[in-house]
Design a protein around this ligand. Structure first.
Ligand SMILES: [Zn+2]
Length: 409
């Protein structure tokens, strides 16, 4: 057997197993896993001794190239996917936004154009619904068939994204009919109760929940930073008291939370966040995080003795893939799966800083935080994207992923 690439001697970690093994890649797929794979004729051999080999991270909540509050999020699909790759994330699910009066198809086409020629790794879309007439209600089924199998609804941002309860209810029923999944931006306690009751009355499946690194590492205290600095931490849902952090970690450990995404929605401090200098309501709402998700979760989770390495992989890759119809193509290391692989140095120490990160944004929410554990080399469908800390990928090589419908985690 001839391999294009063999990753040798690494500790292969999936959500369920840990073993020392070689991983053989042919084309864009994993074609063999085992000890002592033949390397004589291999195109490339990567030594991963004393490193973990984990499935590429999957970030199911990002906002690249998104117009919002009179400006546009600072990373586009090129800089955003490059920064993601540096951090070990090889698949992201961004949001195609339907504006009022548009069809869902127009939203999908608009975001495909933003991504197609720029993405260096694979991507998919949720569709944000803001206007649901009977025509768009019919379109939901079509979108599911084309691989956009989840819909985001907002219970916040009146006049922009917020939907009334009747519309939310219609969308939920239509999604259920086509086995689509609803992602809820849930910020209104009273309304949530109504929806929960409706869902239960219909015998709906249990809900899943995400959190993000900012809620595990930051708190209200960051908002008290001097001057206008607090604007760096203006995003929703907002930061809470510090004691929430340990509760969230416990939730991840016990599976009451299933997924860590980033809600990466970067706005530069200069000129973008500054739009709200004299009026806080004009601060664009969001923070940059796409690059450090794996490092931060590994540091606080595995080194912090809260999570096993397998649970770490499950949270950052496997559960997101299962939840959003990408498994087993993505989210695991198995023969036949895409060769999206991260060679991860569990002991590499680093201090996060805007000076060294790759996101196109002039500050870091995590400035000064020490991490232990970082990706060294990253492959997307067999192609090396990050090689020992250097970007070697190509814009436009990422593919749109037609997702399956949800079938359990
Ligand atoms: Zn978001």
């Amino acid at each position: 057997m001839r391999f294009d690439t063999v990753i040798r001697n690494g500790t292969v970690v999936t959500a369920t197993d840990t073993s020392i093994a070689d991983v053989g890649i042919v084309g864009d797929k994993i074609s063999a896993i085992g000890a002592g794979l033949p390397v004589e004729n291999a195109g490339r051999v990567i030594d991963a001794a004393s490193h973990l080999v984990i499935p590429g991270g999957i970030d199911v909540h990002t906002h690249l190239d998104m117009p919002f509050g009179g400006t546009t999020s600072a990373d586009d699909f090129e800089t955003g996917t490059i920064a993601a790759a540096f951090g070990g994330t090889t698949t992201l699910i961004d949001f195609a936004i339907q504006y009022k009066g548009q069809t869902l198809r127009q939203a999908f086409d608009t975001w495909m154009l933003k991504a197609q020629s720029k993405a260096v790794t694979d991507y998919a879309f949720h569709c944000i619904i803001t206007d649901l007439g009977s025509a768009q209600l019919e379109e939901m089924g079509q979108l599911v068939r084309e691989g956009v199998t989840s819909f985001k609804l907002f219970m916040a941002y009146p006049g922009v994204f917020m939907l009334d309860d009747a519309t939310i209810f219609k969308a939920m029923r239509q999604a259920a009919k086509h086995s689509g999944l609803i992602c809820m931006h849930a910020e209104n306690g009273g309304a949530i109760d109504v929806i929960v009751q409706q869902a239960l009355a219909e015998g709906k499946r249990p809900a899943y929940a995400e959190t993000c690194p900012q809620y595990l590492y930051l708190s209200l205290e960051n908002m008290d930073a001097p001057g206008f600095e607090g604007a760096k931490y203006v995003f929703t849902p907002p930061l809470r008291e510090k004691w929430h952090q340990e509760k969230l970690w416990q939730g991840l450990a016990r599976d009451t939370l299933q997924v860590v995404s980033t809600d990466h929605c970067p706005f530069c401090f200069k000129e973008q966040k500054e739009l709200g200098k004299d009026d806080f309501t004009k601060i664009p709402n969001g923070g940059p995080g796409i690059e450090h998700r794996l490092s931060l979760i590994y540091t606080g989770g595995v080194h912090g003795k809260r999570l096993s390495p397998n649970r770490f992989v499950e949270i950052v890759s496997t559960a997101p893939a299962k939840l959003f119809g990408l498994y087993p193509r993505k989210g695991t290391i198995a023969v036949g799966s895409d060769a999206d692989l991260v060679i991860f140095d569990p002991n590499h120490e680093e201090t996060i800083s805007a000076k060294t990160h790759h996101m196109r944004v002039d500050y870091s929410m995590f400035e000064g935080i020490r991490t232990k554990g970082a990706p060294r080399t990253v492959l997307s469908r067999g192609r090396t994207v990050i090689d020992s800390g250097k970007f070697v990928g190509r814009p436009g090589s990422g593919q749109f992923l037609r997702r399956q419908t949800y079938s359990g985690v």
